[in-house]
Every structure is written in structure tokens, then in C-alpha cells.
Design a protein around this ligand. Structure first.
Ligand code: 2AM
Ligand code: CA
Length: 267
């Protein structure tokens, strides 16, 4: 069984509560796809509502903890040693299109270190959790990154640069795809970084890399991968993947191989 700390228990309860209306919304969005009004406003309000419920529930159980949320930004708490990092709907574009691949992501930092993590996909009811020093779990099954050691069989995941990013990012992405595609068995681009990292932790993907991410996209996923015995770094191979915007996650054998490929492509 998973070791679930009291804090993680609180995070799981908050995520389940915030997820309930999202499941209803998903059904509604499937209908809105064919309406003229379009679902964009609907999604923006779902995003805000989800973050509000999460903050309310977490604050009730842990008054004083600070927050960094995609919608609310930084909320200072009285307790300066704890901070929740929240993405209310990661994979917003999927949600908007009625595609059941999105997640609530919550990471908890204690003195600047990630100690508890949750990535929950309400549409599939897959709850990925990790506790520093106690492993990563999917529902209550212990997770371990894939064992594959050579690039040939690798299924890698990535994300594309966002609209508005400069041309050089697109050129670099194309170069990276051109480098990775021929030497691996495939690339996926599913559009929710938190789930990409959870899938690496679960051994579904062998590797994941992306640029231009925010802390709330990756906070929980970083701990999930580490606790599943994976290796996570930024795309320079350094430790700045939470704030620095770039990330590479894989097992210890593949991580240096992927890093070398991606770095060489970016030159
Ligand atoms: P979102 O769905 O919460 O926006 C897709 O490549 C990943 O990038 C998703 O996790 C998505 O999160 C995130 N993303 C999309 N636009 C972003 C932006 N402007 N800044 C940071 N992350 C972004
Ligand atoms: Ca996000």
C-alpha cells in the first residue's frame, strides 16, 4: 500500500472534490464543440473554479500555507516553510476539446523541497501520488520508471512551443524532433506536462522533454519521477527544472543519452 502522509491525504481529498464538477463539464464540453458559442469562456471559468476549490480545501486543512497557482499567482501564507504549487487544469486544450487527457496537479514544498505530489486525471480516475522518500503510486500500485536502456525501443514524449513563442523555438523543436525521431521507436505529444511526467514515472513513456513550462506544470511530476527511481533535470543537465522552464525526465541509463541528443540538436 502507498504511504500517504496527512498532507497528501488532504491534497487527495481536495483534488477529488475539485474534480467532480470537471467530470460534469467534460460531458457538457463534448456538446459545446458543436455549438456556435464555443467553449472558451466555459473553460476559463472551470479553471478558476477548480483553483478556488483547491485553495479553499487546502487552506481549511492547512491554514497559513502559501500558494503558487496558475490562476492566482503567488499567495503568501503566514507559514513561510510550506507552499502548494497548483495547476487546476493541466492540459487545458484537451479539456476544451472534450479529450479526456487533463489533470489537476498539486505539489507541496517544505522549506523549498518538494515533499508530496499529486497528479489526478478526473476523466480516467487515475490518481498518481508520491511522497518524498516513500515512492510513487498509481491508485495504490507502486510505480517504477521503465527499464529500457537503449534508445532503439524508446517511446518519448514532448510538447510543442506555444503560440506567441519566437521562431527560434520552433526551429529548435524541429531540430530536436529530427534528432530523436529516427533513433527511437516513437514520439507522443499529448498536451499535459503533468501527465507526461506521471507516465514516465509509471514506465509508460521512457522519456519526456519540453521547453517553456511553468512551475505548476511540473512541480508534482518532478517528485513522481524521482520517487519512481527516474532522473529529472533541466535541458542543460542541471537542477533548474522547476523554475527554469525546461525539463528532461527518463531512467538513469536513458537520461544522459537523451540529453546528449537534444543538446546536440539545439546547437
Ligand atoms: P496548460 O494546459 O495548463 O496550459 C503542453 O505542452 C503543456 O504546456 C501543458 O502542460 C500546458 O499547460 C503547458 N502550457 C501551455 N501554455 C503554456 C504557457 N504559456 N506557459 C507555460 N506552460 C504552458
Ligand atoms: Ca499547465
Amino acid at each position: 500500500m502507498a504511504y500517504i502522509s496527512p498532507a497528501l491525504n488532504v491534497m487527495m481529498a481536495a483534488a477529488r472534490k475539485a474534480a467532480r464538477p470537471l467530470v460534469r463539464d467534460l460531458g457538457e464540453l463534448e456538446n459545446l464543440q458543436v455549438s456556435m458559442k464555443g467553449p472558451a469562456d466555459f473553460v476559463s471559468s472551470a479553471d478558476k473554479r477548480t483553483e478556488r476549490i483547491l485553495i479553499e480545501e487546502l487552506t481549511r486543512a492547512r491554514p497559513g500555507y502559501g500558494f503558487l497557482g496558475e490562476e492566482s499567482g503567488t499567495i503568501e501564507g503566514k507559514d513561510k516553510t510550506h507552499r502548494f504549487i497548483i495547476d487546476p487544469i493541466d492540459g487545458t486544450t484537451n479539456f476544451l476539446h472534450g479529450i479526456p487527457h487533463f489533470a489537476i496537479s498539486i505539489g507541496l514544498e517544505r522549506e523549498g523541497q518538494l515533499v508530496s505530489a499529486l497528479v489526478y486525471n478526473p476523466a480516467t480516475d487515475e490518481m498518481f501520488v508520491a511522497e518524498k522518500g516513500h515512492g510513487a503510486y498509481l491508485n495504490s500500485k507502486r510505480l517504477r520508471v521503465a527499464a529500457r536502456k537503449t534508445l532503439a525501443g524508446v517511446l518519448a514524449a514532448t510538447g510543442f512551443p506555444f503560440l506567441g513563442d519566437e521562431d527560434k523555438d520552433f526551429a529548435r523543436m524541429q531540430a530536436e524532433l529530427a534528432a530523436v525521431m529516427p533513433v527511437t521507436s516513437g514520439i507522443r505529444r499529448m498536451g499535459a506536462a503533468s501527465l507526461d511526467l506521471a507516465y514516465v514515472a509509471a514506465g509508460r513513456y521512457d522519456a519526456f522533454w519540453e521547453r517553456g513550462l511553468a512551475p505548476w506544470d511540473v512541480a508534482a511530476g518532478i517528485l513522481l519521477v524521482k520517487e519512481a527511481q527516474g532522473v529529472v533535470s533541466d535541458l542543460n543537465g542541471g537542477p533548474d527544472m522547476l523554475e527554469g522552464g525546461t525539463i528532461l525526465a527518463a531512467n538513469d541509463a536513458l537520461h544522459p543519452q537523451m540529453l546528449k541528443l537534444i543538446k546536440a540538436a539545439g546547437k
